[in-house]
Design a protein around this ligand. Structure first.
Ligand SMILES: Cc1cc2nc3c(=O)[nH]c(=O)nc-3n(C[C@H](O)[C@H](O)[C@H](O)COP(=O)(O)OP(=O)(O)OC[C@H]3O[C@@H](n4cnc5c(N)ncnc54)[C@H](O)[C@@H]3O)c2cc1C
Length: 511
């Protein structure tokens, strides 16, 4: 009998488990994959190590206050050895036809650079940052509503709900519509893939929140993103807990009134474990797939009505030689072929991607011992992969492999056009598709960030840390926000629902 079983070892599941371990709870973590960490896992090909879901992180700098709060929580929950290295400043570089614009931190530096580049747009720029600040204040209410007990949530909604609604139902496109200069509009909206919803659909509050998370600097974990699991798992084990890999949760067991355990497949055997609480950190869609038809049936129907978010393709590149001298750096590049920054790649492989994101992770990690790498990401319409979304029996068919080749060649061509100096150093490339994402982290239809990002996602009472089935809590990105920090907070909120003393830690105090 465990105090809790946590399903999923992504950063959300590990944060929940380590926080409970810090309160002396014995936690069993079940992970279907052979590697812990979810989207913080890394993988090797020859001398190259690639990250899967981390390019940069905010909130982990040395600053007191909110700018360093995420880092302090990680230190507290981990074994104390996790460190971060600062990325370049400007940390994001936007490329548009005829314009290259670096986004610097703190935000005041970004604002001053915009005012210098677009002096005619002073009022629009000042207004934009005022809106961002107001939206971020409202975001606090929004996420508190996903974790507060019913009575508190009711009070909060009466007090601050109107403001939260206003910035949630206002889209990024609506906020940008007041800006007349198309290049300025494109620069401000360019980073929407950080939350996964194009401007016409993105709640402005989410865009303000995610882009503002780098106000105190952009960082990368020293030793690579795998360090998250490496530093959190010892805490779980020290309290008598366990992380079991290759264990695929099939069913969340209930005794008719509350969740009481998990049935899972491990090494070909079906096993059961009992626990006082089950915390699911595998996404809400996967969670309801593990429930019996009679358990919280109305909630299951609501969750099944929430669509998965946009998918992506990622091209992993390996080099040999001095990539920094050939044009690579520790800033990310957002490269758009036109000012229409909201377009999603519809006919992947048959046309160029409307936009690509380029990052050089090995340069960001001062402890990287392997050869240099780059990652190229493009948001894609998952429909192109629809024929193959079912479980794969044997090798993938030639049509799928041919599509992969075409996409890889397109992305490679676009990448090399912007970084021609890297061509002679290029030695390796491999493409990940939505099927890859579905296989390794079980994300439905390969969605990049779980449930589709929309006002509905941010306000849905169904995405509350406490599910309607007593004893079943939800953790990870679906109950908060996409991103490592968001998923981590989702994990802490679930742990705090079980151990209320943890709320003080979340608020910056001790527990
Ligand atoms: C390409 C890409 C780039 C990104 N870049 C950044 C970035 O630069 N900065 C940033 O902050 N965020 C970034 N993100 C987002 C960030 O990685 C995620 O939001 C976050 O890691 C999600 O954490 P999670 O714990 O909610 O889910 P996940 O990491 O997806 O973990 C879920 C875990 O549950 C396991 N699981 C699923 N089903 C079962 C089952 N039935 N039984 C057992 N285990 C199961 C999965 O195998 C997985 O390990 C990026 C994401 C992607 C895809």
């Amino acid at each position: 009998m465990w105090d809790a079983i946590v399903i999923g070892s992504g950063i959300g599941g590990l944060a929940a488990s380590a926080a409970l371990a810090r309160r002396g709870r014995r936690v069993l973590v079940l992970e279907q994959h052979a590697v812990a960490g979810g989207l913080t896992q890394t993988f090797r090909r020859g001398d190259w190590t690639f990250a899967t879901g981390v390019h940069y992180i905010g909130g982990v700098g040395p600053q007191p206050g909110p700018g360093g709060q995420f880092g302090r929580l990680l230190q507290w929950l981990g074994d104390g050895s996790l460190q971060f290295s600062a990325c370049a400043n400007p940390y994001d570089i936007i490329h548009l036809p005829g314009l290259e614009f670096g986004i610097a931190h703190p935000e005041s530096a970004f604002r001053d650079a915009l005012l210098a580049r677009f002096p005619q747009q002073r009022d629009a720029i000042v207004g934009w940052f005022e809106s961002c600040a107001a939206a971020r204040r409202a975001a606090f209410t929004l996420f508190a509503l996903h974790s507060a007990p019913a009575l508190l949530a009711w009070g909060l909604r009466q007090w601050r709900g109107g403001e939260a609604d206003r910035w949630t139902h206002r889209t990024l496109a609506e906020e940008l519509a007041g800006i007349t200069d198309p290049q300025l509009r494109a620069v401000l909206g360019a980073r929407w893939a950080d939350h996964g919803a194009p401007p016409a659909q993105a709640p402005f509050v989410e865009h303000a929140l995610v882009t503002g998370s780098y106000d105190a600097g952009a960082y990368y974990p020293v030793g690579g993103p795998a360090r998250f699991a490496q530093t959190l798992v010892p805490t779980i084990e020290a309290a008598g807990g366990e992380v079991r890999l290759g264990c695929d949760a099939q069913r969340i067991l209930s005794d008719g009134s509350r969740a009481c355990g998990v049935e899972y497949l491990c090494g070909g055997q079906l096993r059961r474990e009992a626990a006082g609480t089950v915390i699911s950190a595998i996404g809400v869609a996967n969670t309801v797939a593990c429930l019996g038809p009679g358990d919280a049936a109305a909630w299951q129907r609501t969750v099944r009505g929430l669509a998965p978010g946009l998918a992506y393709v990622a091209l992993y590149l390996g080099f040999d030689g001095d990539v920094a001298a050939a044009g690579a750096g520790t800033a990310n590049h957002w490269i758009y072929e036109s000012e229409d920054i909201g377009a999603v790649w519809q006919r992947a492989g048959d046309e160029e991607a409307p936009g690509i994101f380029v990052s050089f992770p090995s340069l960001k990690d001062p402890a990287s011992h392997g050869k240099p790498t780059a990652e190229v990401v493009a948001m894609v319409d998952a429909a192109a992969f629809a024929p193959w979304f079912g479980p794969a029996a044997g090798p993938r068919p030639p049509e799928y492999r041919a599509l992969k080749d075409r996409i890889a060649q397109r992305l490679l061509g676009q990448f090399l056009r912007h970084f021609p100096g890297l061509r002679p150093l290029l030695r390796f490339h491999e493409l990940a598709t939505p099927l890859t994402q579905q296989r390794y982290v079980r994300s439905p239809r390969g969605a990049m960030y779980g449930i589709e990002m929309s006002a509905q996602r941010l306000t849905s009472p169904a995405l509350h840390v406490r599910s309607p089935l007593p004893g079943l809590l939800l953790a990870g990105q679906d109950v908060t926000s996409p991103g490592v920090q968001g998923a981590f907070m989702g994990g802490l909120m679930a742990a705090a629902a079980m151990e209320p003393a943890l709320w003080r830690r979340l608020g910056g105090g001790g527990a």
